[in-house]
Write a protein that binds this ligand. Sequence first.
Ligand code: NAP
Length: 281
Amino acid sequence: MYKIAILGYPIKHSLSPKIHNYWLKKMNINGKYSAIKTPIKNLEKTIKNLSKKGYKGLNLTIPLKEEALKYINKKNKIVDIIGAANVLIFSKKGYIEGKNTDVYGFKKSILDLVKNKRKELAIVIGSGGAARAIVYVLIQMKYKKIIIYNRTKKNAEIIKKDLLKKHSKNLPTKINCENLKKIKNNIKKTNLLINTTPMGMKNFPNLNINIKDLKLDAAVFDLIYNPLETKLIKESNKRGIKNTNGLDMLIYQAQKSFYYWLNKTPKITEKLKKILKKDIK
Ligand code: NAP
């Protein structure tokens, strides 16, 4: 039987076991995907333990994606540039490979949201593992300017430094870093606003920003999917601003993770989405 798991802290509300167990069953694959609560201090021990027990691999979520880099033997170019891995693949010999499927998930799920929209300025809120993947994709999408707003400005600056180090010197995208408290200054100019913090998630306070000055033709992406409608999404809807939550991103990143472990691409269906949405409610 194939054994796969997601590690994170907290982990109780993760939808990943639902998605992967649904696919395993649908595709008649004998396997089980479980969720294991793992504080950062236990990460190394848990990875080694599960690898020894014959697990195929793991997903990693908040706050483990960056820490995991210390324990992998091989990383692909994207993991190296971003500095965060959300997928680990175990080989029989105890060799651990790190991948990042948040990049793929975000790339696929933002396409429709920003279709035919201007790409002058994107605002990214947060500076964790997810923000790294998002800024990387926005650079690829050729946004002229990205401002990373974070509670701790220093962490935003670290992302900028890491990404610039790995890109060529003549990056066409300008990246600025600011304290989250200053977000009001640029909200009116932005074409795209992305929340990559856990603020607004179930059991977390809401993100404390005011989007009344956001342009009507701007777009909002909230990486959160539980609840399906955060305060940010609700306010965007109220103002008629095009938006998306993090559910599609989650499913796309899961699809790619599944492929990496089992070499098969599961189908994303309306039925699966319906099951997940019901679970969230
Ligand atoms: P992370 O590495 O722990 O980073 C969290 C970020 O949020 C940090 O920049 C942190 O700021 C900021 N933050 C935390 N608490 C805050 C607060 N009270 N006020 C303001 N900022 C705060 O987490 P992550 O892995 O990047 O994930 C972030 C979120 O994205 C999670 O909710 C996760 O579920 C979601 N996510 C969704 C998907 C998807 O597929 N939809 C994929 C990946 C992640 P500091 O730097 O100041 O600590």
